[in-house]
Write a protein that binds this ligand. Structure first.
Ligand SMILES: Nc1ncnc2c1ncn2[C@@H]1O[C@H](COP(=O)(O)OP(=O)(O)OP(=O)(O)O)[C@@H](O)[C@H]1O
Length: 340
């Protein structure tokens, strides 16, 4: 089994230990383009801490500022303001020393297509100044870990998207980094490939690897992250464990109902449903969100809410009771869905 642990004390999260990353009021402002316009603030003064052994996520829609934040942490994009400390160092003066101790999986794979699978890792290991024997051993272990040993001598170009992403993950681990940064590691992959990558990330988590990642997949964020921030328009809207966020910003259950496009009068239905809010009865609805294709009713007992909906004379064509998720948290905090 490959030693994929990046932490000297795997899975040990000590609040007394200094955080591996600390950001206070971190900002990224892009200058106006040559054609003019105003400077654009992509990251607008955010605070967060990453502790050893944890998986920390940035959840948010496209354009929220997640990649800009990851690129500042990866020391490939200069910060515009605030404070950022990575492994006790300042990226403005110590970027090379910081980079040597990080692993980075960028949003776009940047593999060398001219080289074979194994060579991609060997070259990267040399870049970090590792000894040849050490690189060879580590390469074999990592190819095994990402299930690419049988493709070691293949060129990179014909690999599937999922294989390329796994190779990028293997490459990011060649220097046994103390922090692994992943920017949307599963975006653009088909469901099966996504599952395989996700499974590898779970194994890294189990081995005590410190991960900081971005995603707009709520299920990934919910199951993988110990803590996460919800990011929107360059700001942090909320921070906590997935469970804490759901408890704080949503109800236990959600009743989703849909109407026939040309059936129920939506205005009348909306009025009838609104009357169910805060009635104090069992199944009482705490909050309603109207989306173009469905209405979401938040309560602690979805089945009882459905009975109340039927009692109100509203006739949905379909209904579904489910537990609240981070999507509901996001909707509550921003008024939008993550895929908007
Ligand atoms: N080099 C740049 N110059 C100007 N604006 C930029 C630049 N890079 C990013 N932006 C803008 O900054 C905002 C935040 O982008 P960023 O890539 O950080 O968001 P994101 O949350 O990672 O979204 P995505 O999932 O699309 O990558 C976006 O509006 C984007 O258009």
């Amino acid at each position: 089994m490959v030693d994929i642990s990046t932490s000297p004390t795997p899975a040990l999260i000590s609040s007394s230990e200094a955080p591996l990353i600390k950001a206070v009021g971190l900002r990224k402002v892009f200058p106006p383009t040559k054609r003019g316009g105003d400077p654009f603030t992509a990251v607008d003064g955010i605070d967060f801490e990453l502790r050893r052994g944890e998986v920390f996520g940035f959840l948010g829609p496209n354009g929220a500022g997640k990649s800009s934040t990851m690129r500042m942490i990866g020391c490939v994009s200069p910060m515009s303001g605030g404070e950022l400390t990575i492994l006790g160092m300042d990226p403005r003066v110590d970027s090379s020393r910081i980079k040597a101790r990080l692993g980075v999986v960028p949003q776009e794979d940047s593999l060398d297509m001219e080289l074979r699978v194994r060579e991609n890792l060997l070259i990267y290991g040399r870049y970090f100044g590792l000894k040849r024997a050490e690189i060879a051993a580590r390469t074999a272990e990592l190819l095994d870990f990402v299930q690419l040993s049988d493709r070691a001598e293949s060129p990179v170009e014909p690999l599937s998207g999922g294989m390329k992403r796994r190779l990028t993950i293997a490459r990011s681990l060649i220097n046994s980094p103390e922090i692994l940064i992943l920017d949307e590691p599963t975006t653009g992959l088909d469901p099966q490939a996504r599952h395989v990558v996700w499974d590898r990330l779970f194994r890294l988590k189990q081995a005590g690897t410190t991960l900081i990642l971005t995603t707009h997949y709520m299920d990934e964020a919910e199951q993988l992250c110990d803590r996460l921030v919800v990011m929107d328009h360059g700001r942090i809207a909320a921070e906590g464990s997935p469970r804490e966020l759901i408890e704080r910003y949503s109800t236990r259950e959600v009743l989703e109902i849909r109407f026939a496009p040309d059936g129920e009068d939506r205005a009348a239905a909306t009025e009838a449903l609104a009357a169910l809010v805060g009635t104090g009865e069992r199944g009482a609805v705490e909050r309603i969100e109207e989306l173009p294709d469905r209405v979401l009713l938040y309560s602690d007992d979805g089945e009882a809410s459905l009975t109340a909906v039927h009692g109100s004379g509203t006739v949905p064509v379909a209904s579904l009771v489910r537990r609240s998720s981070l999507e509901d948290v996001f909707l509550h905090l921003t008024g939008r869905t993550l895929v908007d």
